[in-house]
Write a protein that binds this ligand. Structure first.
Ligand SMILES: [Zn+2]
Length: 138
């Protein structure tokens, strides 16, 4: 870093121009400029490194990043509740089911078909476990 002294050019916030501009140091306080003169408007004022309030001068036209939309992950209970309101197939070994189908099993209850395993099996997620069931039986 270059040493700042009276007469040095420093970047400072001009209270008149209301922006960070080149200023000439008029008075020093220790190692820091105390008073500066704006090279643009020739106004003399106390040294202020940056614009008050805002931490750093933001680039023009740059807007604050949009808050990322939070994808709320549904709990299995919520999914079940939603699914139970929708039409679902009754499971039977002779039935044919596809991925994403909701089925009602006589023993295990409501489940969601996770995948179809050719030629005649499906994996179904039930509340407590994922089971492989037979389908397409003639
Ligand atoms: Zn100025």
């Amino acid at each position: 870093m270059t040493k700042i002294a009276v007469g040095s050019d420093v970047e400072a916030y001009c209270t008149k121009c209301r922006m960070v501009l080149a200023h000439a140091v008029v008075a020093m306080q220790g190692t820091k400029p105390r008073r500066v003169r704006c090279n643009t408007c020739s106004g003399e004022h106390n040294y202020r490194a940056t614009k008050p309030v805002a931490k750093a001068p933001s680039k023009k036209g740059e807007k604050a990043p949009k808050s990322t939309t939070k994808k709320t992950r549904q709990s299995w209970e919520e999914v079940m509740q939603e699914a139970s309101a929708k039409p679902h197939k009754k499971y039977s070994m002779s039935g044919s089911f596809g991925e994403g189908d909701w089925i009602e099993h006589a023993t295990f209850g409501l489940g969601c078909v996770q995948s179809f395993v050719a030629p005649n099996k499906i994996t179904v997620r039930f509340k407590d476990s994922t089971r492989m069931l037979v389908c397409n039986q003639t």
